[in-house]
Design a protein around this ligand. Structure first.
Ligand code: F6R
Length: 261
């Protein structure tokens, strides 16, 4: 795991966008795993700008989102499909047929989860999975006590997550669906590369637990410590309670891979 500290949220989200852009330029038909949430909005804005100003092409990319609320149809304004349309899909040259999200309105959820896993496999697996972290320590919607080998399935959201996401439902936590389909921790860990991004003081406590604490299903993001190629980008606020920041800065300054960034 490499941990990269950036001065603020703008620098952190821009670096994340440039990592994604570099992977797309290296492999134009990249299979890109996507996340939603407030943190990612700036990343998608940077990617849209790189597309407009530098000709970054998504034409051959395939995308898979981590999760979708159960009970919301793809055209519901608070669905993650609509979030992705608003923030990325409508702003770049992605082929809509190559963008995938679980169908939260599926009647047979088990069949839908199995279909999603199959679809990822048929595309050759995810090359780069973008991840945020919830205040409950989740990646995707893998809430505390999710099995670290779990696959795509339906999950009940914690109260913490429901409150965290209420803003997308007009601030009314009662309107937030109680359940979601999410890629499992095991599914995420099979991605060839993971990129975890966290910004702001409200993430500092959970980031310290996930990165420097023990690997535990109570904080599913801690499972990323097992991943052979995981990059974590945090701003100084989200890094506020990490212990080994001098070491992370030293590594970043001396890794040849990062010299061009
Ligand atoms: C959503 C997802 C979640 C979010 C996390 C952080 O697709 O995967 O794990 O990344 O809840 O959300 P924000 O950025 O809103 O704090």
């Amino acid at each position: 795991m490499e941990i990269i500290l950036q001065p603020d949220a703008t620098a952190a989200t821009f670096l994340a966008a440039r990592v994604i852009a570099r992977e797309i330029r290296r492999k134009p038909n990249l299979v890109l795993g996507l996340a939603t949430g407030r943190t990612m909005e700036a990343v998608y804005a940077h990617l849209a700008r790189l597309h407009r100003e530098e000709g970054l092409s998504f034409a051959a990319c395939r995308t898979f989102n981590l999760d979708e609320y159960i009970g919301l149809s793809p055209d519901h304004p608070a669905s993650y499909r609509q979030y992705m349309n608003r923030h990325l899909f409508s702003k770049v040259n992605l082929d809509p047929k190559k963008t995938h999200l679980p169908d939260g309105a599926a009647v047979d959820l088990e069949a839908e989860c199995a279909r999603y896993e199959r679809c990822i496999m048929e595309c050759g697996g995810i090359d780069l999975q973008l991840l945020g972290i919830g205040r409950a320590g989740h990646i995707g919607f893998n809430e505390p006590m999710s099995a670290l080998r779990s696959r795509t399935r339906d999950k009940t959201l914690t109260r913490t997550t429901i409150e965290q996401n209420a803003a997308m439902f007009g601030g009314d936590a009662n309107k937030v669906p109680r359940r979601a389909i999410t890629m499992g921790v095991g599914t995420i860990l099979e991605s060839k590369r993971c990129l975890l991004l966290a910004t702001g003081y409200e993430k500092a406590g959970i980031i310290a637990k996930a990165l420097e604490g023990p690997i535990t299903s109570r904080v599913t993001a801690s499972a990323l410590q097992l991943h052979p190629h995981c990059t974590v980008i945090v701003d100084n606020a989200a890094a506020a309670t990490l212990e080994d920041t001098d070491y992370y800065r030293w590594i970043f300054q001396n890794e040849p891979e990062w010299q061009n960034f």
